[in-house]
Design a protein around this ligand. Structure first.
Ligand SMILES: [Zn+2]
Length: 226
């Protein structure tokens, strides 16, 4: 079986739900852009608009078939993970995304979904990950910057999340944060620095602050190959 292990999906139902549920997300500014949507989270600079290929499931399946790909592992779109949102809103945003991703993958078994979690809050991220695993997700895709520039995946606040990953056997796909304003992840040096960013996150998360800390990580993380 040929598996494409790194892809992203923004189900059309998610975009529709976001448009319909705008009142639930007061800190998400929706920016209509030629039939698509861009977002600005908590007053930050806007994301790129969601591109058509991210949401066009029939076109993706046709492409997979042409390439001989049997399964595609799909996370959400990193730009719209919304880690900057306040706790309860960030959790609701993640749960909505997961509901839509889960239902898209359920109706199309060629797609294997990875959940998103509100990584700005370790306890909430743990709760959302456990719910996603109970729903049938095999794991989650996370960005390298849980709380913006300079934040780290070995911050103590995230211990509950890593513990939940260990307890549930979740696969965690660590994805570079794109255009985050962090010197480690310069857009101009996208290709060169992004792998370093993930390596840095893995090394710190697995070994920082002494043996035993985040002991879950070696079993829970699969490195993103570039
Ligand atoms: Zn990616």
């Amino acid at each position: 079986m040929i598996v494409d292990c790194h892809a992203h999906l923004v189900p059309p139902d998610l975009l529709a739900a976001i448009r319909n549920d705008a009142a639930r997300f007061p800190n998400v500014r929706q920016i209509e852009d030629g039939g698509s949507l861009a977002f600005a989270f908590a007053g930050r600079k806007p994301t790129r608009p969601v591109s058509k290929p991210l949401s066009d499931i029939p076109a993706r399946l046709a492409w997979m078939s042409k390439q001989g790909i049997d399964r595609q592992v799909v996370g959400g779109w990193v730009d719209m993970f919304g880690y900057e949102l306040p706790g309860a809103e960030a959790e609701a945003w993640s749960r909505l995304a997961n509901d839509c991703l889960h239902s898209a993958a359920k109706s199309e078994p060629h797609l294997v979904p990875l959940a998103t979690v509100p990584l700005g809050d370790g306890a909430r991220a743990a709760g959302v990950l456990k719910a996603a695993m109970a729903a049938g997700f095999p794991g989650a895709m996370i960005g390298t910057l849980p709380r913006g520039v300079g934040s780290r995946l070995d911050d103590a606040d995230l211990d509950p999340f890593w513990q939940a990953a260990d307890e549930t056997g979740a696969i965690i796909h660590i994805h570079p944060s794109f255009d985050a304003g962090d010197a480690r992840v310069s857009v101009r040096m996208h290709v060169l620095l992004e792998p370093r960013d993930v390596d840095d996150a893995l090394v710190r998360t697995g070994s920082a602050k002494g043996p035993g800390r985040n002991a879950a990580v070696p079993g829970a993380v699969r490195r993103n190959e570039f």
